[in-house]
Design a protein around this ligand. Structure first.
Ligand code: C2E
Ligand code: MG
Ligand code: MG
Length: 617
């Protein structure tokens, strides 16, 4: 009897290969039982649909919710509510000395006519025909649609052969898994694209709440400074191997810079948290060097609370891991009240490009003075963000964020343009002896097209290029090839007549080795060195740095100078120039310009003004 167009919902079993399994690529159930059901539906005119197909076994839930007519891929001994408890046995096989029966269960909501049609069809389909179905679907890997005649015509094959075949197929699947694993790097990392694809498919699946994106952040910047780049790299490998060891075989693990990312399947977010904390504990505890709590921590973002957007979720989970590091936690869960900070940062980032267009970044200038005469010889270009809702933001509120997310370059060039316009205007007013320095993150400076982009900007102006100084900041650690690019860029920038100095020298990544290889014009000694100068050891270090710098013909500028005693010592050490609140706070460009144009260049008697007092009108 035909029941045209009648829709029947089936709850499939994703994990009874090769009888029934979920094929992630086609996002359908495949195998002998689906083939059997398809043949039945064709013959009897049913429209059979799998209900919420996915890689997780949700048959019990779906039966309980009374959403399905048929529960598929079952063993005869299974028990489901909302059925009459009677399995519709399709096929038996011997295994481990016993017999297993594979079956379907009809739920109480399935139409009576459908029940009797299915029972009738199963009764007239022999076990031998079943064998053919399994062989056919096993032969196609991944399975192909099968012609019903071909499918049901292969009789006469023995049950023992079938059992052996199933075992062999399980082995084959394992080997295939092994081959996929071989595509991983030696640390067990998959490609970033693989993670992204896995995320997108998990986020779109009905069981997305069973997944969490986890980020394990290792503070390689700090570790690199302490232990050297090579050891920091070893530590990263150790971390990756630990995560891989603890991860499930099919779980995707990759890295994004110094962050390890894994898409984890767990029953609930708390379990993902416990897993992440266990892994972080292992990384901290078993590494060759002793790690501080701030050196490794995890962020956990359950897909149940995340947006479906991969970039957004990635940002959140990385921020959470970093915040956990900063706050001495082992892990932090996204989407909680704690996570509000991440939301704010995300929306700041979201505002960033619009802010550039709307000219919300303003140029501030902090003068530096000649160490002998205290005369203003130049200044440093610093940015301030006048955010329409949040008010005036200082660089510490956005520079690290822009660096982490790779957006800093846009700001660096934006400020360069403003700095050039400033110098141009002074030049037009006959001031030709004021130097202006501009900050460039190492990431910006190490780009292969950096010099070309600089030239494109400066050639629109006519001030002498020797007045422009590029400061290479100490923000991020570089690998060898990036360092090589920085060296080449320094050479080329200087060939064009501009100057280059290392910012924050003495506390960051620049080393004497870099000084030997990079032909810079000068060094800015970091405030931390200046602060430590009053201690005996601090004085020795500072002395040595100035001495080496001078011997190499470099100009030495000390920053963060606040006290008279510091000035006395720095003068004795023959530092060339000073920058610090003792002389001037950063001023809005208009105010700085007025002062220079008025010729007020002496800062011997610093006016006690705070930056907050100096607002743009
Ligand atoms: P920096 O380049 O080392 O700039 C010097 C920082 O030290 C400035 O902070 C300045 O206000 C502060 N400073 C100067 N003298 C003193 C002092 O005597 N005492 C104290 N406590 N601080 C002093 P600011 O303007 O907040 O900038 C912070 C950092 O942000 C800068 O450090 C620079 O690396 C970065 N930055 C600012 N604007 C930009 C930009 O447009 N691009 C890039 N890449 N970095 C920028
Ligand atoms: Mg600087
Ligand atoms: Mg500095």
């Amino acid at each position: 009897m035909q029941t045209d167009g009648k829709i029947i919902y089936v709850a499939g079993n994703p994990d009874l290969y090769p009888l029934e399994y979920y094929d992630a690529e086609s996002q359908t159930y495949q195998g002998a039982i689906p083939e059997f059901l398809a043949a039945f539906a064709r013959e009897y005119g049913y429209d059979l649909r799998y209900f919420q197909p996915g890689p997780d076994d949700r048959r019990a839930d779906l039966a309980e919710n009374q959403q399905v007519d048929l529960i598929s891929g079952c063993e005869a001994g299974d028990r489901y509510d909302h059925t009459d408890g009677e399995p519709l046995i399709l096929f038996t096989s011997e295994s481990g000395g016993g017999e297993e029966a594979y079956a379907l269960f009809l739920t109480q909501v399935s139409p009576e006519q459908f029940q009797s049609d299915l029972r009738a069809y199963a009764a007239r389909t022999s076990q031998a025909e079943w064998t053919g179905a399994v062989l056919q679907s096993a032969g196609d890997m991944p399975p192909q649609p099968v012609h019903p005649g071909l499918l049901w015509g292969a009789g006469g094959i023995f049950l023992a052969l079938l059992t052996a075949l199933i075992l062999a197929l399980f082995q084959l699947r394992k080997r295939r898994g092994a081959a996929a694993v071989q595509n991983r790097t030696e640390e067990g990392l998959d490609s970033f694209e693989t993670l992204k694809e896995a995320f997108v498919s998990a986020a779109a699946s009905p069981i997305r709440s069973g997944y969490s994106l986890i980020c394990i952040h290792l503070d390689l910047d700090h570790l690199g400074r302490l232990w050297g780049y090579e050891r920091a790299r070893e530590l990263f490998l150790h971390g990756a191997q630990t995560v891989r060891r603890e991860a499930g075989a099919g779980e995707v693990l990759t890295n994004c810079g110094e962050d390890l990312l894994i898409l984890k399947r767990t029953a609930e977010p708390e379990e993902a948290m416990r897993w992440a904390e266990g892994v972080v504990g292992q990384i901290r505890g078993t590494s060759a060097v002793s790690l501080r709590a701030q050196d490794a921590a995890a962020g956990v973002c359950p897909l149940a609370v995340s947006s479906r957007d991969f970039g957004h979720t990635l940002f959140h989970v990385r921020q959470c891991a970093r915040t956990a590091c900063r706050e001495d936690q082992t892990s932090r869960l996204c989407g909680t009240e704690q996570c509000r900070f991440c939301q704010e940062r995300w929306s700041l980032l979201d505002d960033f490009f619009r802010a550039l267009e709307r000219n919300e970044f303003q140029l501030y200038i902090q003068f530096f003075v000649d160490a002998d005469s205290f005369r203003i010889v130049g200044g440093e270009a610093l940015s301030r963000w006048y955010h329409p809702r949040q008010g005036l933001l200082s660089p510490s509120q956005y520079i690290p964020l822009l660096e982490e997310t790779g957006q800093i370059e846009a700001l660096d060039f934006h400020v360069l343009e403003k700095a050039c316009a400033f110098l141009e205007e002074l030049g037009g007013r006959q001031v030709q002896d004021f130097f202006l320095s501009c900050n460039f993150a190492r990431k910006t400076f190490s780009a292969p097209d950096f010099v070309q982009r600089c030239i494109q900007v400066v050639q629109r102006f006519s001030f002498p290029l020797k007045l422009l100084i590029l400061e290479v900041t100490e923000s991020q650690q570089m690998n060898r090839s990036e360092m090589e690019q920085i060296r080449q860029n320094i050479r080329e920038i200087r060939e064009h007549g501009m100057r280059v100095i290392f910012d924050d020298f003495g506390v960051g990544f620049s080393t004497f080795h870099d000084l030997q290889n990079c032909p810079v014009d000068g060094l800015k000694l970091d405030k931390e060195l200046v602060d430590n100068m009053q201690t005996e050891k601090g004085k020795i270090i500072l002395n040595a740095l100035v001495e080496v710098g001078h011997r190499m013909g470099l100009t030495i500028l000390a920053e963060g100078v606040e006290e008279e005693a510091q000035i006395t010592t720095l003068r004795r050490l023959h530092c060339d120039a000073f920058q610090g609140f003792r002389f001037a706070v950063p001023l809005p460009e208009l105010e700085a310009k007025k002062r220079i144009l008025r010729g007020e260049r002496s800062l011997k008697d610093r006016d006690d003004k705070h930056e907050e007092d100096s607002h743009v009108e």
